[in-house]
Design a binder for this molecule. Sequence first.
Ligand code: SF4
Ligand code: SF4
Length: 185
Amino acid sequence: MTMVITGNSALQTEVEDICDVNIDACIQCGTCTGGCSGIELMEYGPRQIIQLIKLNQRKLLLNSKAIWMCVSCHICEDRCPAKIKITGLMDTLREMACAEPTTKTNEQIKFHKLYVKQVKAFGRTHESILTMALTFKGTPLPPLKLMKDLITRMRVDMKPPHRPDKSYRLSIRRVEKKGGKGHGN
Ligand code: SF4
Ligand code: SF4
């Protein structure tokens, strides 16, 4: 069966209103997927994600693992012949998934919210505090041997985090005022 897509889907309009992408510019060449760093863990590559947006597959995309396996490496958009900002698009889909009460990717959303909260508070993540915060939210602790190894090899920061300087705090406030709240609230 051949499907003809006419006009923008509701999802395409929603996404294009939030981030600076022109979905229609995609020529489905697959260059993005060919170089994608996270592709082995994604059920849909970036080329398919663009197509699913055009097909208005909102529920499928916001519940997908693929949007959380993107590591924001920018390879796709550096190589895209249509100059589509795919990394920003993936960010937008993650933020939309966080705002959607029905999304099933709860572990990823829980991690994302704590991560954003920490970056806002400390200017970076603090592994031991992040691990404890996740544990309080119901995620099991990593195996004891792994934790011991990470601590003894100083792979986990056990010192208290620094408070970022005033200019950083002001920048965060400016971004929040513009509506870029993140989901660490
Ligand atoms: S590289 Fe760009 S034009 Fe090609 S499929 Fe990916 S998004 Fe579309
Ligand atoms: S930014 Fe994300 S989607 Fe693009 S190549 Fe990297 S991992 Fe893949």
